[in-house]
Design a protein around this ligand. Structure first.
Ligand code: TXA
Ligand code: MG
Length: 328
């Protein structure tokens, strides 16, 4: 029932984009690729359309959505009291994997987009398909990741189809996404600005442009304060545990689990032949690997990490997927 259309530079896509534009203008939801993950998009000014996003995802309505626009100039039509540092971030990182939390102009977005907050998360995605769609549409698009709430975000059209078949009319397939995890979310309404969600744009890169930036204590596993942080995220079906990437330790864990007649999937940079299943661990492969675990009969998943050396955003997603459990 859900149609997937391939949109790449080798085919004439006018017709495909026209269909997507018609659906969104008509109050429907369309999935499209961004450079981070696939988004589930609707007209950000149409509350009924935005409701359909929450329904398709099964998303709690107190968790606000990110608004996507085609340029800094368009973004500035929808926000106010924009600090100088936010403008600097826009110039340095847009289009790109950085969402800025700013004061929304009152009565601009449908209130369910922002979950009733006075602020909005807004970004310009760096993907030709997303930008083309936004330019043709000439409207802001509210788009969370296109997964069922709680599940790993989709990095391929097939992931979206798996979660959204029969729930939305159209998926634009732009191939696998490059970055593979969601954008960095930076709250510009506090001083110094606070990273609410780490992503490809790092604390260090931000600090080079705007000076001191804080990392939200919520991203380090403390009690959540803001919307979205309190819910389970990226969770595969089987319980996931973190384990130090140490071959002896891992082989011992595999033996122990096999002793209990349980099957085990390992996420690692190295192949473990004694494991029942082994999938790659890397930022751009994480969600696909988690979804592949769901296709197996593994009773338990081990993610092999060296916490001090891991990419901060990858570690953040793994800790959430594991609900901070370490194998012992
Ligand atoms: O890369 C991405 O950001 C992807 C692609 C599709 O753009 N989108 C995405 O959206 O990850 P979503 O809805 O899955 O995550 C949005 C995050 C949530 O953690 C939400 O709580 C936070 O941004 N957020 C949105 N608006 C906010 C606001 N006004 N204040 C604080 N946090 C906000
Ligand atoms: Mg999401």
């Amino acid at each position: 029932e859900t149609k997937t259309i391939l949109v790449d530079e080798h085919v004439n896509n006018d017709e495909s984009y026209a269909q997507a534009v018609d659906y969104i203008r008509g109050g429907e939801v369309v999935a499209f690729p961004t450079e981070t993950v696939y988004g589930l998009g609707a007209d950000a000014m149409n509350a009924t359309a935005v409701d359909k996003i929450f329904a398709a995802k099964g998303r709690p309505t107190d968790n606000p959505l990110i608004v996507h626009v085609d340029s800094k100039e368009t973004a500035l039509e929808y926000v106010e009291d924009v600090p100088e540092k936010a403008l600097q971030c826009m110039d340095a990182f847009w289009p790109g994997a950085l969402t800025l939390i700013l004061q929304a102009k009152p009565d601009t977005f449908a209130s369910n987009v922002t979950a009733g907050l006075p602020t909005v998360g807004i970004r310009v995605p760096n993907h030709p398909v997303a930008l083309n769609l936004l330019k043709r549409l000439k409207r802001p698009v509210a788009a969370p990741s296109a997964n069922t709430s709680g599940k790993p975000s989709p990095t391929m059209a097939g992931h979206v189809y798996f979660d959204m078949d029969t729930k939305i009319p159209l998926i634009l397939d732009g191939g696998p996404t490059q970055v593979g995890i969601e954008s960095t979310v930076l709250d510009m309404t506090s001083a110094p600005p606070v990273i609410l969600r780490p992503g490809q744009v790092t604390k260090e890169q931000l600090e080079e442009v705007i000076g001191t930036v804080r990392l939200s204590s919520e991203t380090k596993g403390n009690t959540p304060k803001s919307p979205g942080m309190k819910y389970a995220h990226y969770a595969p079906a089987a319980p996931l545990y973190l384990i130090e990437h140490n071959s002896k330790l891992i082989e011992k864990a595999i033996d122990h689990i096999h002793g209990k007649k349980k099957k085990i999937a390992v996420l690692s940079r190295e192949d473990f032949e004694t494991a029942d299943y082994c999938f790659p661990l890397a930022v751009d492969k994480l969600y696909d690997s988690l979804r592949k675990c769901d296709q197996t009969d593994a009773d338990l998943i081990l993610a092999c990490v060296l916490p001090e050396n891991e990419d901060a955003a990858l570690m953040n997603r793994l800790e959430k997927a594991a609900d901070h459990k370490w194998f012992s």
